[in-house]
Structure formats: structure tokens, C-alpha cells
Design a binder for this molecule. Structure first.
Ligand code: SAH
Ligand code: ZN
Ligand code: ZN
Ligand code: ZN
Ligand code: ZN
Length: 436
């Protein structure tokens, strides 16, 4: 990886504070690409991976003159003030008033329309809003242009499975972090767990009051509105912090090291609840990411493990079920959790309990007696290779030239000049350690 995550660190140019952009405190990274700038540290926006979306950037060793630092702060203040954050409640009350009678929503302007405004939006895409059944996630146009803010909404089946798991986990309060659709579902179930939405998407301010939505950046634990801290703290610490679960569906590609710090901060808040004995266990977490992120998740959040639950989105052409036109082997997105695997009961007929593994797996995942576990990660059945002493993808064949399993069409070491093939294949390829 070309860029190493360092953390939230103070900077001398800002009098020992963490430099901030309009998205809150910036994250410190280090170039690790072996190039001319290797080892050099820099601050970058915690929310936007694309510098076109947020241009704030600073090398850590770059000394900003006090005047420059002042201008920087001014630019941040200006950009932040331009956002309609100060009047969250006003926006909510206005929309509520309009929607009481049933109004229209302008999808192009992301705004609830009063009757008198409708004519101004006649050329826009507008949708009627049923006042008795407001599901904002169905009204808003999912963001997809900017990859770091792309929005993929849970399918009905996934929502149902999540609700079952939350109830089984004894959840009484759910922090829906980047999970607007789960939040709205929980809000519609009066007897179920309560929920608070933490999300950076301000369009939801028209639908949820400040008590139900904190506009928030999950990568630096930043509240865009200071009153959000009171709402958040009260929610997290209610009932002495008992029964709190966090569900995070982050934009894919976001830094897991940063999310790990955020989860630590939330745990600290919970543990500061009155009367709570001091512990250092991470609070119960449901984190949603593709299976191929498993190594990153385990590195940053060793308390989590990957379950076999396939998370499906209704507006993603690949990350959905095969029946809905997705990959042949179903969605590659999985639920990671800190709950014991045995308690993550996944619903039949798609899942079954594997007695030796003592966990619930997808019916396509076969138990391998040699590896002594259900080995499939990507949803395809695996096969065991006695020479490699592990399970490999079913499309792979053992190659005696390379000394390991590979796709039949792989560039084979035996067919290449020795000088080329030696360094790589003889060190990592020959003797694959048995992985448990
Ligand atoms: N599957 C979820 C939505 C996931 S899309 C559901 O159906 O409820 C990712 C969500 O994360 C979006 O709601 C998006 O607004 C939010 N998000 C993206 N970047 C964020 C950030 N830096 N901080 C907080 N929320 C963020
Ligand atoms: Zn409009
Ligand atoms: Zn098994
Ligand atoms: Zn095996
Ligand atoms: Zn093999």
C-alpha cells in the first residue's frame, strides 16, 4: 500500500491542534511507496478520498506561517458556514409541516416542496410523499457520483436478517452509522430497539429531527453540529450503556484504521456511563464490508470476525443476490461482528448451522474435513488440495511447475526462464503454510 495511516495527530503549524478541513479533524498519513517522498507525512481530509472533493492538504513538516494558518482556518469556517447545518431543526420543522398534508419532494434539489414552490421545480424530477409512510431513503436519489459517498441501500431480505440478528443480540439501542435505511426501519418498529442515525448526508435533516440524526463523519468521529454531542452521549449512555450496538456500513475503501479509532471512542463514551464498571471490551459491532477486506478488518479490529452472511443491496448490480441479477455466487459483501460466531444465527434455507465449526454458514459453503472448517470465503465452493494442504478455489488446479494451485491459464514458472521465475515463486509459492 502506498499510504500508511498514522492517526489523528497534532500539528505545530496549528499551535499543537489537529488541522481541520470542513469535514472535521484531518487524518495523518505517511507516504510508504518507496518513492522520493517515502516517509513524508501529510494531513488529508477524513471524508473525501478525492482531493477534488476536498482540497485541504498539508505536509506535516511544512511550516505554515501564522498568517497562512489564519487564512486556512478562515477558509474552513467559510466552507462550514455555507452548509445548512445551523438550522437542522428549522429544516425539519418546515418539512414536517409541509408533509403533514402530503407534499412533493424535488429529487434534483433534495428538498421538500411547499405547494407554492412546486411551479419553480416543474422542470425537475419530483416525487409525491405519502405523509403516513415517509421512507426518506426511497425518496432521495442515492449518491453515486463520488465514490467515497456512494450509497447502497439494503435489500428487504438483508434488512430483515439484520433486525433478527439485532434482536437476538439483545440490542435495545442501535447506532446506525452510515445505515439510513436500517434507521428508518427501526423507527417504524415502536416495540423494537431504538435508533440514532449518524451520517454525513445532510439531506436527511428534513426527515429526522436533531434527536434522531447527528450529521457526523465516521472517519474522524466528528460532529458537524455541536449539539450532536449531547444527543449522541445521552443515547450511548442511556441504561448505563447496556444494550447498545453499532451498525456501520461504511463507504467501501474507507480507512479501517480510522473506523477502529472511532469505535474505540464510542466504546469510551459508553463506558463513561454512570455506574458502569470499567472494562476495555469493544462494544458490540456489526460492520459491513466485502469478504476480500477480511485481512484489513482483522488487522485494525481484531475483536471482529467475518460471518458468512451475504449483505445485499437493492441498487447495486453486483452486490446483490444471484436471483436479482448479481454475481453467480451471490453478493461478496459480508457482515463482520464482535459477537460470538455461535450467536450469529443466520436464517434457513440459505444458511445452515455447521456443528464442527459451531457457526452458521451459507448452504454453499462446504465443511472441509482436512482443514476442519468451512473454507469458502467468496461464496464459491472450495476444494481441498493435499499438496498445498489447504482449500483452494474450485477453478484452480495444482501446478507442479509452480508448486502450488493456480488458475490453469496462469503464467507458469516452469515455462519461464529460471532467472525470472526464481525470486517470486520459490520463496512464496513453494511451501504455502497451512492456514487455520
Ligand atoms: N446500506 C446502508 C447505506 C450504506 S451507504 C443502508 O441501506 O442503510 C453508506 C452510507 O454512509 C451513506 O448513507 C452515506 O451517506 C454514509 N457516509 C459516507 N461517508 C461517510 C462519512 N465519512 N461519515 C458518515 N457517514 C458517511
Ligand atoms: Zn427542484
Ligand atoms: Zn464447518
Ligand atoms: Zn481444505
Ligand atoms: Zn495445490
Amino acid at each position: 500500500m502506498g499510504v500508511k495511516f498514522i492517526g489523528l495527530e497534532p500539528c505545530s503549524s496549528f499551535g499543537g491542534e489537529i488541522p481541520a478541513c470542513p469535514h472535521g479533524p484531518m487524518l495523518l498519513f505517511e507516504r510508504a511507496d518507496g518513492g522520493r517522498k517515502a516517509g513524508r507525512q501529510f494531513y488529508a481530509c477524513a471524508a473525501c478520498r478525492d482531493r477534488k472533493a476536498c482540497a485541504f492538504f498539508l505536509w506535516r513538516d511544512e511550516r505554515l506561517a501564522p498568517e497562512k494558518a489564519r487564512q486556512w482556518r478562515e477558509r474552513v469556517a467559510r466552507a462550514t458556514a455555507a452548509a445548512p447545518v445551523a438550522d437542522h431543526r428549522a429544516r425539519f420543522l418546515r418539512a414536517e409541516e409541509i408533509l403533514r398534508l402530503g407534499g412533493r419532494y424535488c429529487v434534483d434539489c433534495s428538498q421538500v416542496l411547499a405547494g407554492s414552490e412546486a411551479s419553480l421545480h416543474s422542470a425537475h424530477e419530483t416525487r409525491p410523499v405519502d405523509p403516513t409512510l415517509v421512507r426518506p431513503s426511497e425518496l432521495l436519489r442515492p449518491r453515486s457520483a463520488n465514490s467515497s459517498e456512494a450509497q447502497y441501500l439494503f435489500s428487504e431480505a438483508t434488512l430483515a436478517a439484520l433486525l433478527t440478528l439485532l434482536n437476538a443480540a439483545g440490542a435495545r439501542r442501535v447506532l446506525c452509522c452510515g445505515a439510513p435505511r436500517l434507521h428508518e426501519r427501526l423507527q417504524q418498529q415502536p416495540g423494537g430497539p431504538q435508533s440514532l442515525m449518524l451520517d454525513c448526508d445532510r439531506r436527511y435533516e428534513e426527515f429526522w429531527p436533531p434527536e434522531k440524526l447527528c450529521v457526523y463523519n465516521m472517519f474522524n468521529h466528528h460532529m458537524f453540529c455541536t449539539h450532536g454531542w449531547d444527543v449522541y452521549r445521552e443515547f450511548v449512555q442511556r441504561d448505563g450503556g447496556e444494550g447498545l450496538v453499532v451498525v456501520i456500513d461504511p463507504p467501501f475503501g474507507g480507512r479501517l484504521e480510522a473506523l477502529a479509532l472511532t469505535l474505540q471512542s464510542i466504546t469510551v463514551t459508553r463506558d463513561a456511563a454512570e455506574g458502569r464498571p470499567a472494562t476495555s471490551t469493544l462494544l458490540p459491532v456489526f460492520l459491513i464490508l466485502p469478504y476480500f477486506n477480511e485481512p484489513d478488518v482483522l488487522r485494525s479490529l481484531p475483536a471482529l470476525h467475518m460471518t458468512d452472511m451475504r449483505v445485499e443491496y437493492e441498487n447495486h448490480h453486483k452486490y446483490t443476490s444471484a436471483a436479482a441479477g448479481g454475481r453467480k455466487h451471490g453478493s461478496p459483501v459480508r457482515l463482520f461482528t464482535s459477537l460470538p460466531a455461535e450467536r450469529v444465527e443466520l436464517p434457513p434455507p440459505l444458511y445452515r448451522r455447521c456443528p464442527p465449526c459451531r457457526r452458521w454458514v451459507h448452504v454453499d459453503n462446504r465443511h472441509c474435513p482436512q482443514c476442519d472448517r468451512c473454507t469458502s470465503k467468496d461464496g464459491r465452493p472450495y476444494q481441498h488440495c493435499d499438496l498445498c494442504e489447504r482449500c483452494v478455489k474450485i477453478t484452480w488446479r495444482h501446478c507442479s511447475g509452480c508448486g502450488r494451485c493456480a488458475l490453469p491459464a496462469h503464467p507458469c514458472a516452469a515455462e519461464r526462464p529460471a532467472a525470472l521465475s526464481r525470486p517470486r515463486d520459490s520463496t512464496t509459492g513453494q511451501k504455502r503454510k497451512r492456514r487455520k
